[in-house]
Design a protein around this ligand. Structure first.
Ligand code: SF4
Ligand code: SF4
Length: 159
């Protein structure tokens, strides 16, 4: 007797689940403007990603090709999987003092887990996440990037 009841119960829940699904499908059929699925890459020009989306770590530069990275190495220490390599060099300032500055800030996108530790712990707020997600390449060495641009300098006022 119990098995017959279970049999009809399963039919009932099966039909109910089917009707719920058809209701959702039907609502989008009659209200196409409510569809959230986007046509990529056709919509590439006006595609807006969610605020929380993280595409890759970048080092913002201003219009004078200046960044805020002092080369302190904290991001490299805090990165849990060796994605970042900070190569610094020593220069002599105008007043004759020796000073360490960033030479190359290397970022291995292929290793990044987007944990946010580097961005959150940088004392000078030199790093950020971009929303660029088109990273497909045939040569994985192209995923190794130098974040400080050629010829760039430390922004004035950042120590
Ligand atoms: S990005 Fe920030 S934490 Fe990393 S070396 Fe530059 S200043 Fe230091
Ligand atoms: S987001 Fe995380 S894994 Fe990626 S570079 Fe920063 S600290 Fe490393």
């Amino acid at each position: 007797m119990r098995s017959i009841i279970n049999y009809f119960k399963e039919i009932y829940f099966g039909v109910k689940s089917l009707l719920v699904g058809m209701k959702v499908t039907g609502s989008y059929f009659f209200r196409p403007s409510a569809i959230v699925t986007q046509k990529y890459p056709e919509n590439r020009k006006d595609l807006v990603m969610f605020d929380r989306f993280k595409g890759e770590v970048v080092m913002p530069h201003n219009e004078k090709n200046e960044h805020k990275c002092t080369g302190c190495g904290i991001c490299e220490i805090n990165c849990p999987n060796g994605t970042i390599e900070v190569i610094s060099k020593t220069i002599v300032t105008e007043d004759g003092k020796k000073k360490r500055i960033i030479d190359k800030h290397i970022y291995r996108l292929g290793m990044c887990t987007f944990c946010t530790l580097c961005v959150k712990t940088c004392p000078s707020n030199a790093l950020a996440f971009s929303q660029d997600f088109e990273h497909a390449v045939f040569d994985r060495t192209l995923l190794i990037k130098q974040l400080n641009k050629p010829g760039s300098q430390l922004m004035k006022g950042v120590e």
